[in-house]
Write a protein that binds this ligand. Structure first.
Ligand code: FES
Length: 129
């Protein structure tokens, strides 16, 4: 099997391209539609090639926060939709809940979910990866 067939070359290219944008904010449009107490899934870059990131944008108390969708417990996926009690993002694998602004798990001993800096303006937000 060649490197191209194994997916090694596309992954390498994806990482190189991803590296070019590291440290620069990515713009996500349409965030004004994200309702209070809900979460939306966003993919930035090519997540299949390993150069992208899957985010969960949450709105709590009017403010948008960005969590990495990978659960820090055992690698489940934090889901979009209504937040638990309107405040906590949920990983359905073991029902752990995470505070969107800080990534802290609620009521369990677990590492924080990764969070990203966000700045919202009008109908878009910038996220620093
Ligand atoms: S993997 Fe997410 S709660 Fe266990």
């Amino acid at each position: 099997m060649s490197l191209a067939e194994s997916g090694t070359i596309p992954r390498m290219i994806g990482r190189i391209i991803g590296g070019l944008f590291r440290g620069r904010p990515r713009v996500i449009e349409g965030t004004a539609a994200l309702e209070e107490g809900t979460a939306r899934r966003v993919e930035i870059g090519d997540t299949l090639a390993g150069s992208g990131v899957e985010l969960i944008l949450c709105r709590v108390d009017g403010k948008i926060s960005a969590l990495d969708a990978r659960c820090p417990h055992e690698g489940g996926r934090i889901i979009p939709g209504p937040l638990v009690e309107g405040r906590f993002a949920l990983c359905p694998l073991h029902n752990y809940r995470f505070e969107p602004a800080t990534g802290r798990a609620q009521g369990v001993a677990c590492r924080k979910a990764r969070t990203y800096r966000v700045r919202e303006s009008a109908d878009a937000c910038e996220v620093w990866l």
